[in-house]
Design a binder for this molecule. Structure first.
Ligand code: NAI
Ligand code: MG
Length: 376
């Protein structure tokens, strides 16, 4: 299968810090190969050297006109930020959150996928088909950045206020997005994660908007679950999940849990979408810069590669995207696994295996097509 309407897409790559650099390099190789094999579209990459090293030189995580620079790209392919020596809230707000919020990337899609050949800590995973998606509200909630410090002059008596922001518009748009996604899946179920028993303003608004929007989707089954119960549910009854919609913080935590259940944080992919396409969307693995293993060539590139597949979906190249996902499954099934998954493969080994799997699948697809040509 090939994708229609060949085009050259302009993508900004921001490897950032630590293993972000290693996995973005790997992802680019795999995506280029998938595009070469499926249709005539291509990506023209522009690498931007922003991150903690850039901060060391300039005192900023990205230039003051960073968003203007990014605005003209079709998408952003991101690694990770954060490095010892730069406070994490400075690196995160200075780059990743600055882009997500500046470009109104309000929907963060985080599929939880289980791969053949990867051992899950869940016993159930061996015998049950598991596959769900966490949809994270990505523009407000607990990460709205509202609050203040130093409200007390007394030493040792400092006060900090960190306020969550929930708007009806913000809740409604992420919920409609999640309902639309639920409609495309075999199991048309949407679970809303709440904490309205304890958080009686923001989360009660969240619940009310969910109930109102649900009325427009009678074909989608719905439920509302408290976040603490949801954590247990991820472990105990994950087969009941299809699409899970949650606020910024709740979904952040739950999606890390989901990826750990799938076998490793290094597997998890994510898309930060501006669904209106007024701004470029950003695709990045869920994991961070992993300073403990950075520079050793042992980072798992699968999360970054799978994020690249989400980018291809977004660019309208589903054949190449599906080919990348199939290659990931072929490689894990063959036991080519990095250390986080109990294997001994390097980042480079996995990358080479992914490229080989793409070629092999394309060749057999080609042969299959040749088979159906009538013989005279
Ligand atoms: P982390 O995700 O970097 O690492 C957590 C654990 O997972 C570590 O043991 C690490 O070795 C392992 N791990 C992560 N990615 C892996 C991969 N691709 N392959 C194999 N193992 C992998 O989270 P941590 O340690 O809490 O944070 C480290 C830095 O990353 C901090 O500065 C933090 O602020 C930043 N960070 C950035 C994110 C982003 O840019 N989106 C997200 C999360 C953290
Ligand atoms: Mg996280």
């Amino acid at each position: 299968m090939t994708d229609p309407a060949p085009r050259t897409f302009r993508v900004a790559s921001i490897p950032g810090d630590g293993v972000g650099r290693e996995v973005v390099d790997a992802g680019r190789v795999v995506l280029d190969e998938a595009l070469r094999l499926h249709g005539a579209s291509a990506v023209e990459w522009t690498e931007l050297p922003w991150g903690s090293a850039y901060y060391g030189e300039t005192g900023r995580m990205m230039p003051t006109d960073g968003l203007e620079v990014l605005q003209d790209f079709d998408a952003i392919y991101f690694g990770a930020v954060g490095w010892p020596g730069v406070p994490d809230h400075v690196s995160l707000w200075g780059l990743r959150l600055a882009i997500c919020q500046g470009f109104d990337q309000w929907a963060n899609v985080r599929p939880v996928r289980f791969h053949p050949g990867v051992t899950s800590p869940l016993r159930k995973a061996d015998t049950t088909e598991l596959d769900w998606v966490v949809v994270r509200e990505n523009s407000e909630g607990e990460y709205a950045g509202l609050g203040g410090r130093n409200l007390s002059a007394r030493t040792g008596g400092e006060v900090a206020v960190q306020t969550s922001l929930f708007t009806e518009v913000g809740c409604e748009r992420i919920m409609r997005f999640a309902f639309d996604l639920a409609r495309t899946r075999d199991r048309k179920t949407l679970t809303s994660v709440t904490k309205s028993n304890a958080q009686q303003y923001g989360m009660v608004l969240w619940d009310e908007v969910f109930a109102r929007v649900a009325a427009d989707y009678p074909d989608v089954e719905t439920e509302s679950v408290l976040v603490d119960a949801m954590a247990a549910r991820f472990v105990l009854r994950p087969e009941t999940l299809s699409v899970v919609v949650a606020s910024n913080l709740n979904a952040d935590i739950l999606s890390d849990l989901g990826s750990a259940l799938a076998g490793s944080l290094g597997l998890a992919a994510s898309a930060n979408l501006n669904p209106e396409r007024r701004y470029p969307s950003m695709f990045e693995p869920v994991h961070g810069s992993a300073p403990d293993i950075a520079g050793q060539g042992m980072a798992n590139p699968v999360g970054a590669v799978a994020s690249g597949a989400l980018m291809l979906d977004h660019l309208g190249l589903p054949a190449a995207a599906d080919a990348v996902r199939a290659a990931i499954d072929a490689v894990t099934a063959a036991g080519v696994l990095t250390r986080d998954l109990g294997g001994a493969a390097t980042t480079e080994d996995v990358t080479a295996a992914l490229v080989a799997a793409l070629r092999e699948a394309a060749t057999s697809e080609h042969l299959e097509k040749a088979d159906v040509v009538p013989q005279h």
